[in-house]
Design a protein around this ligand. Sequence first.
Ligand code: AMP
Length: 186
Amino acid sequence: MGPPGAGKGTQAKFIAEHFGIPAISTGDIFRANVSQGTPLGVEAQRYMDAGEYVPDEVTNLMVRNRIDEPDAEPGFLLDGYPRTLAQVEELDGMIKFTGHALDAVVVLTVDQDEIVQRLLQRAQVEGRADDTEDVIRRRQEVYTDQTAPLIEVYRDRGLIHEVDGMGEVSEVTQRIFAALDDLPQS
Ligand code: AMP
């Protein structure tokens, strides 16, 4: 977890590799559907372009289908999901069904001003439609309103590992590995 631009996607790939599990990024799956012009992509795009969340029913079904894939059987890392309280509940139900359990929730903490700079830079490099200044601001509001409260939910369950997300990518990766040191590795 962490606000837009905290580096979740970048770090998710390293964590997944380290533990030998797939990184499941809802943002990436939505973007792949948008670029392929699937019905899911068409539906998701208008929310993404506005910096709003795609409706829970759509997102939940997509995640449910993805974690049913054979490669997720030994475990998986979720990047960008859950983002709402309804998604937390849905995820609880899904993993109860599949026999998985949540081992850890990593929260990347970052400086708000630096985040905006990172996102504006990414807009230039990657040209993401949701990286304009207005949309960046809206995405941060939505994160604060709908997603930040999830941290307390997972803190109550003893799952939160807060990691300083500032600095070099490799430094942040090492901090995450240190924080997750007790978890089983592949
Ligand atoms: P991300 O790449 O994780 O920042 O996601 C990009 C966009 O995809 C978000 O701004 C949302 O519009 C949408 N999205 C990704 N994950 C979710 C989610 N769990 N729930 C709702 N919308 C999502």
